[in-house]
Design a protein. Structure first.
Length: 470
């Protein structure tokens, strides 16, 4: 029997979701169309033609869902607001949309659950995409207005505000690889999008700070933990540098050091648009934050010498000029390891989470006294429900257990980690995979909308209630 790992007093236990993935009610109460609505209706983009039109019907079932959170001992709930619900055309306020989030917030507070709000989890109003989307600088200014609008309604009751969730995905999956909405494949536009997302974050952070000094403001990034296939091979080490640069330092350096790293600028010299970074942009982007959100699922091993089968992916990467973490380039190949994989085919590598948290604390957040929160971690598995809908998901439970152990190891190594949000509360719309991939600790039967806590949910409730893992 292993020794119990006790977490620091006050460690925040929660779970996370996102608006487009669970809300449904896509055309209700004045909600506008968003880029994921358009993308998922485009044939061939989302598995089985699934859309988020109904999803988990959370818009109508939020009272039941919050009661479930309470049953599971959740102390905090991380959710996102839908920009297109609050401002259907990206500019005009829809009071009914704001009212929904107001009701949700009250319900959470009534149950003693701390609301943790994310302003942008990938669902840009389609009207703004039609005007240029994130590659257009104007979208950053529209985002500030949106942040002000949401704050004017919820600022009196919500303390934790995250500007963006995983801007890497919005920029590079959305505008370079086309595997996410809006499905564009243009290298310079992806670079523009990434810069304007960072600018939107910085401008909104500084604006919200000036309105309310007591808010806890932050951003959530997804991280790639990458190791070289051969630590002695200079080509493999350079592959690590490139992926670390594109996935991690691309965002960390402007946020915490007020500059893009020279090696990234060099890697991207053929696609970096002239005049993109204007005077004052980096000062805005590096506006101090209070919290860094860390999303971690998996890691990878990379090599600098591509095998034959990597050539097709390399061609795709060369077409956009973007060396991404998911598309091999002529200098980067992903080398699968003999470890357990989740249903997403992601390698289970808990140690990567420890290394990541320790590194972030040492190199970025620790010196500034900024705490880390794991804002997403979890796993999709091929669940097999019994006749009552119950899922004995020992695989997911083991995944979360090992990653919580990794968080504890990071705490022991000195990283200032203050909380953990399991992704996800509910099975939901998993983007390009539609409803095929289930990340929830609560099963959703999409025919009946019945919610059934899985074994992992029951276990997580004891962890949240006791502040320890055994
Ligand atoms: O479902 C997503 C979430 O929206 C963002 N982070 C990764 C999750 C799993 O793919």
């Amino acid at each position: 029997m292993s020794t119990p790992k006790v977490f620091p007093e006050g460690f925040l236990w929660g779970s996370a979701t996102a608006s487009y993935q669970i809300e449904g009610a896509a055309r209700e109460d004045g909600r506008g169309c968003c880029i994921w609505g358009t993308y998922s209706r485009t044939p061939g983009m989302v598995r089985n033609g699934d859309t988020g039109a109904v999803a988990c019907d959370h818009y109508h079932r939020y009272v039941e869902d919050v009661a479930l959170m309470s049953d599971l001992n959740l102390q905090s709930y991380r959710f996102s607001t839908s920009w297109a619900r609050v401002m259907p055309d990206g500019r005009t306020v829809n009071q009914a949309g704001l009212d929904f989030y107001s009701r949700l917030t009250d319900e959470l507070l009534g149950r003693g659950i701390v609301p943790w709000l994310t302003l942008y989890h990938w669902d840009l109003p389609q009207a703004l995409e039609d005007e240029g989307g994130w590659p257009s600088r104007d979208t950053a200014y529209r985002f500030v207005e949106y942040a002000q609008t949401v704050h004017s309604t919820l600022g009196d009751r919500i303390s934790y505000w995250t500007t963006l969730n995983e801007p890497w995905c919005s920029a590079f999956l959305g505008y370079a690889e086309g595997r996410h909405a809006p499905g564009r494949t243009d290298g310079p536009d992806a670079v523009r999008a990434a810069h304007h997302l960072l600018l939107a974050h910085g401008l909104a952070t500084s604006d919200l700070r000036s309105r309310d000094a007591d808010l806890s403001l932050g951003i959530t990034l997804n991280f790639a933990d990458t190791t070289p296939a051969d630590p002695q091979d200079p080509g493999d080490l350079d592959a690590v540098r490139r992926i670390d640069g594109m996935s991690n330092r691309y965002f960390l350096d402007p946020l915490f050091r007020g500059a893009y790293a020279p090696d990234i600028l060099d890697d991207l010299r053929n696609v970096w648009p002239e005049g993109l970074v204007q005077d004052g942009d980096l000062e805005a982007i590096s506006t101090p934050i209070d919290v860094l959100g860390v999303n971690y699922y998996s890691g990878s091993t990379v090599s600098g010498s591509p095998p034959e089968e990597a050539h097709a992916a390399a061609d795709a990467a060369r077409a956009t000029g973007i060396p991404s973490a998911h598309v091999g380039s002529e200098h980067v190949t992903f080398v699968p390891q003999e470890v357990e994989h989740t249903a997403m085919d992601w390698e289970v590598r808990p140690r990567g989470l420890t290394d990541l948290l320790v590194r972030l604390h040492r190199d970025y957040t620790g010196p500034a006294g900024i705490p880390l929160y794991v804002t997403e971690n979890g796993a999709a598995y091929d669940d097999a429900p019994d006749e009552t809908g119950f899922v004995q998901d020992d695989d997911r439970l083991a995944y979360v257990h090992s990653h919580l152990g990794a968080v504890h190891d990071a705490l022991e190594a000195g990283a200032d980690v203050r909380g953990y949000f399991l992704w996800s509360l509910l099975d939901n719309f998993e983007w390009a995979y539609g409803y095929d991939k289930r990340f929830g600790i609560v099963r959703v039967d999409y025919d009946t909308q019945q919610r059934t806590p899985k074994a992992s949910a029951r276990w997580y409730a004891t962890v949240a209630g006791s502040n320890r893992i055994d």
